[in-house]
Design a protein around this ligand. Structure first.
Ligand code: TXA
Ligand code: MG
Length: 351
């Protein structure tokens, strides 16, 4: 039994600190015990923090929906730590899935495959498919291995809010509602995994993510990208509004000069109405917004750092009481496609 592990309490939630660079994985055994007993543990992955429960325990999984206030028709990703676990969860594993797994696992790629009867209905929201991924974070992998079962985990935020990239973000949304949060530092990518549906031909990207479409094409040749046409939602996470700050969010796209001009015009308009305006700018353009509270997403030539900062900036502006956020769009290529997907959804129409 672990007696030497130091644990902090934040309301009713235990906080376990694990150094991200040299993690003392032994500490994580305490968290695995909670999962085994049907509890909820938030943990770091390389993308965003996940809120985990034993995937094969329907009662434990149903608690995830309850604390996140997530609709029951939005299925969860099942996280595994060994490739062999895939065969217990997925009925058919096409060659293309094997190719993707060999190229990207462990890593930020989620595959949708036909499910076996072992996967409870609550995990897949009654669908005949299951989402599976093997995360690259050592803390996450150790937690799954020690829990001796796959872990179902959505992002560890309240439904609709920006995904958490630090343990503080998780606590801001879920303190007192989950059994434990493992603080393993800031996540690497800052955006969620790419979701690819391989349950039918041709394969289709349901959610752009940390693995770019260009990288997927290098492995598979062609791949479809899902468009939310005619109101048909193939994956509930592709709903129009998601990842949203409390503030009103506007995203300005277009060529550099026109974008800066329009953004300044709107910012002055809101300011003149007495609204507190915050701007999300690229490093290159930040000086054009000196009159406003500006946060830097990153350089437009370093989309990896832009992705990493995005959700955290949305949350910071909310904390500071900013009422209107105006964000510069980035190019719709590579990780830029993922960043724009999140920005557009965060700015999506309120119900
Ligand atoms: O990086 C990530 O993917 C993070 C970390 C924690 O792994 N997880 C995450 O989970 O973003 P969540 O629940 O926030 O998003 C999962 C997405 C949702 O859009 C959900 O609708 C979709 O995956 N999904 C899950 N199972 C599916 C299925 N069987 N068919 C279609 N879409 C599915
Ligand atoms: Mg989510």
């Amino acid at each position: 039994m672990q007696t030497h592990v130091k644990i902090w309490w934040i309301m009713e939630t235990k906080l376990l600190r694990v150094k991200p660079d040299s993690p003392d994985l032994d500490k994580v055994k305490v968290a695995a015990e909670i999962i085994k007993k049907g509890g909820l543990v938030a943990f770091p992955t390389e993308t965003v923090y996940g809120l985990g429960a034993a995937a094969l325990n329907p009662l434990a999984v149903s608690k995830i929906f309850e604390v996140k206030k997530r609709p029951l028709n939005d299925p969860l990703i099942v996280h595994i730590s060994k490739k062999c676990e895939l065969f217990k969860l997925a009925e058919e594993i096409p060659d293309k899935a094997i190719k993707l797994i060999d190229s990207f696992w462990p890593g930020p790629l989620t595959l949708i495959l036909k499910k076996t009867d072992l996967v409870p209905e609550v995990v897949t929201a009654g669908l005949d498919t299951v989402a599976i991924r093997m995360p690259a974070n050592p803390i996450a992998l150790f937690l799954i291995t020690e829990a001796q079962a796959p872990i179902a985990a959505p992002s560890a935020n309240l439904f609709g809010r920006p995904s958490p990239t630090t343990a503080k973000h998780v606590l801001d949304d879920l303190a007192g509602k989950v059994d434990m949060v493992i603080d393993g530092g800031k996540t690497n990518f800052g955006v969620e995994s790419t979701v690819v549906d391989l349950s039918f031909e041709p394969p289709c990207v349901l959610r752009p993510g940390a693995v770019t479409v260009e990288k997927l094409k290098e492995v598979l040749g062609q791949i479809q990208i899902y468009q939310n046409q005619h109101g048909i939602v193939r994956s509930p996470g592709t709903m129009p509004r998601h990842y949203s700050p409390k503030a009103k969010l506007l995203v300005i796209e277009g060529k550099r000069r026109a974008k800066i001009k329009q953004l300044r015009r709107l910012a002055f308009q809101f300011k003149s109405k007495g609204r507190r305006v915050g701007i999300i700018a690229t490093e290159e353009n930040k000086d054009f917004y000196r009159e406003f509270e500006t946060k830097i997403l990153g350089s437009s030539t370093d989309l990896r750092s832009c992705a990493c900062n995005l959700f955290s900036i949305l949350r910071s502006f909310d904390e500071e009481g900013i009422e209107v956020i105006i964000a510069e769009g980035v190019k719709n290529r590579g990780l830029g496609l993922t960043i724009m997907d999140r920005l557009r959804k965060a700015a999506g129409p309120r119900k």
